[in-house]
Design a protein. Structure first.
Lengths: 214, 214, 214, 214, 214, 214
């Protein structure tokens, strides 16, 4: 028991591969993903602040670096199941939460337990920081799928992942960030040379972002 | 929809790594594991038959090659969760089963659905073949853990995995097979040169196989 | 000496990579290949049985799970050599066979030697099960090559591998299976989005499957 | 030019391997390392705050997640060179800094350039947050070396890396954190079963942490 | 100290990956690269000799097999930096050279030091052998970039690497070799089926090889 | 047909892994091996020359860089087969040679064929250069096995590979080189810290190098 166990468990997240079982040209682990999410969030929070918002930076960064810690217990399995049924998604969330609790009770010394419970709980709430976390998390999904399409991965999974991420980002209640993403970042994205035709795919969604048919 | 989708999904099992997140010197995928399980079962069923048992070979082989197909949906996560709580284990079994059903309804042509439901259902029942599957599955866990200990993996996970697999095999209701395993195979195992002291660990369990403390 | 050595040698087949030396986006090991072959065979034998054939299931499964065991001795080298000359192919088959014999005499206890000799001998004979093994083995070659072409592998080796596998399957003396493969499975295959134009390649062969020029 | 280029460059850090050229049982990339450093810093800053310190959390997290971004330009080469000579170390720091400047001028839109210059500059200054970054960075070096020794890596590089990291941590001007590390964390570390005798190595350093001979 | 240390250090070059941090379908290590360079040089020197040149073969082979040994110290970082500024390139060359000197003084026994200094010094001088080394080194860069483009790598880095290598080869003061490369080898290269349109890219450069715009 | 095909085939040797199928902590490809062999040969030829021998350097380097080119056709399979029977070893040598011939006739332009036949033929003849090649080739086997033992690989294959390589080197008819190897290099080797007890193993062989029992 102890903080040493907590520190050592972080190494496990370097071995949890995102989107396991799918063919991909490049693998991403959950530790590196968490870092990228904190970087995206840093940028968009800066942008929101420059446009008048007030950011709780401590909360923002803790949400981003901790948001996938629970994957140490059951791995990165939520995406395929989520598309399958809401009940299954809920059941898995419960499993994950209970294992997190068990871990904190068993490994974290008493004086730190409250802080850990607070930090490790689901961060995607309605606060500005919760929304920025969700945007940043979706953005990494967008970039992971984009990189596969760019390199010629023809699996329908990655087209679908790209479309879902793009639509969800466009629908986020974060006007300044979403505008910048759509009007600046996406414009640079579609200028790149890609193996799969990402430009048409993207323009189709930008024109009609709420079309559920993809 | 169709058998092509089923065939293509087998490739996904080559990318599902067993015991994900744990440090190991060598990774094993679920497709290769399924093959090894069918080989272990072939040997022990032969042994049982030579000692008078009557084997349903068709059932035996179908149980072994199909027993982990459902991992294509949620990956190899049962082991750590199983050690955590029976409810969680049950919940995950339900998730897996429902996704299997969905897959068969969506992908398998009508005329083959009954056969697929029959073949893909949990094979570890009380029949001789069900018990041989369970023995073979545990034996692969035994060999995977053994190979890590032999090469010097000091993670407690693999010591625990070795102990649990060994005890479960010794307790299987398959006298001829278990005797041969304990009296012949294990004797060869403990003669090998290993980095972690597998011999002492093994002898301690052989002397007192039902000790729950390990 | 002993069954332990046999069991441990199966792990070696997880490290024998098919088509060694060729560039590929995804590697396949011989253990996983053997499992996939047993799955393809299970499906086509079911289909043949539904159409009136009588299957020796024990023989079928033993042929499929054992058919590449001898690669543990000299690796997966037959394909390139086979295309090179019949004498060399024959010489390598002899090397493989002699090493298999030596292994059984040295490692397998006397009471099991006859069974091992029987199971490990070349399974692609003229029986229905032997033909189903050959179909299933070619089908895995078809799918391995297909997956590379789909992802944009432009090496002529994989185009050639795809063509040869497809032609050999179409020429197999297994009418029901070949019809289902050509009329159902291949139709789904050519509907998929691929990087290399697999559809034209396939249609050209379907129209003129016996053209030796490819 | 643009934020898209900055976001895409983060992916490069997932391919920069730490301690390149050295044999190791497990590789770590710079992106995952940055995440672990932010986690260690979160813990020790919490501990310092519980003991009366005042933490600038925004600064702390930005220092940790950005501290190795410049490795995107020249890779992870500082450690071996640093042990070689102070001039070379200085020269490489200059190269890195100039390439960072060039990148910001070329890729980052004008309105964000000041913020990027501020965030990407060397973070290991004399502030409490700068010292926590240095502690956290050394701690990841400690854990990386420890994991190799634990698994039996006998390369002198990792013994040396472990010793240097341990000594530097013990000498950090952060009393509360260093005491907790030495009295709690290290005690748990030396209880673990390891292949190389880490316990003796550690106790020798704890007794005489300033001995330059190692 | 000793030749054993020198021999063991060669293993490190098997772990130094060329073009680190860039996405690529296939990685190449510096040891294998050195071998390929010696093969290219063998061919072109043969060609030059057949056309009347006089080759110092000992010098040629020693230049090629030793030309990247110094990368053992700072890794393969020159390419991106080289494109960045001549001063930085010079600074890194100095770092590399000093570390090489230090290594020879510390590890190589006195009686061999002069020979090692001579062999390990920069080989790309104005001699025929120095020019053949440079041609061969650029040719491997050409082939590495070509292989990525052929497989569909759309990163601009590899297009740029291909163009630069091609232009530099065409401008080498080695008439016989360059003519053969342009008139025979490149003609075979552009006949191959590739994912990215290498043929147009190549023909454009062949028509106007000195255009600095690429 | 052409030199382009020859150059491209070198890339295949980067994918041929030595000692395929055996568990190892680190893989080595045939291209990198060929480079290391040329380095070992360079050192020992220098030593022989310093002691009065006359070296044909062109021949030496061509023997070393070309000695395993034929593995492009059948892979690295000779070692296990060689230990199995002299006839099989001979049969495989014939297969390899015939495929080499075929390759040269088909791919190499007429004016270069004689040179290629000369260079690609078996180089381990009785000349000083042929013996230096054999020493260097065995030395790489020695170092590959040594590195595995040092890191704790307990597979008997690597103990056997180490013993055989050591004995063969000690028995080579190259007095100066063998003396230096035994009296200087091996003394440094056995000073290193290793996981498996290489020192005792080595001293036992040094005392009685001709004992066939290992």
């Amino acid at each position: 028991m102890g903080i040493h166990t907590f520190f050592a468990s972080m190494n496990d997240l370097e071995r949890i591969i995102r989107a396991p079982g799918k063919f991909k040209f490049e693998e991403h682990n959950v530790a590196a993903h968490s870092w990228k999410v904190s970087q995206y969030a840093m940028f968009f929070a800066t942008l929101e602040e420059m446009n008048g918002a007030s950011i709780n930076w401590k909360s923002l960064y803790e949400k981003t670096i901790n948001h996938d810690f629970a994957e140490v217990f059951i791995g990165d399995i939520k995406t395929p199941v989520k598309h399958s049924s809401p009940e299954l998604k809920q059941m898995l969330a419960t499993v994950e939460e209970k294992m997190m609790e068990k871990f904190i009770h068993r490994e974290i010394p008493g004086e730190f337990q409250d802080i850990f419970f607070h930090r490790m709980k689901e961060g995607k709430d309605g606060t500005l920081e919760g929304r920025l976390l969700e945007l940043a998390d979706k953005l990494d999904q967008f970039y992971e799928a984009y990189a596969e399409l760019k390199r010629g991965n023809t699996e329908p999974d990655f087209v679908q992942m790209y479309e879902i991420a793009l639509k969800k980002i466009l629908a986020m209640p974060l006007r300044t960030s979403v505008d910048y993403f759509r009007d600046v970042i996406v414009q640079d994205v579609i200028k790149e040379k890609t193996a799969v035709d990402v430009k048409s795919l993207t323009l189709r969604i930008l024109e009609n972002p709420e079309n559920p048919a993809g």
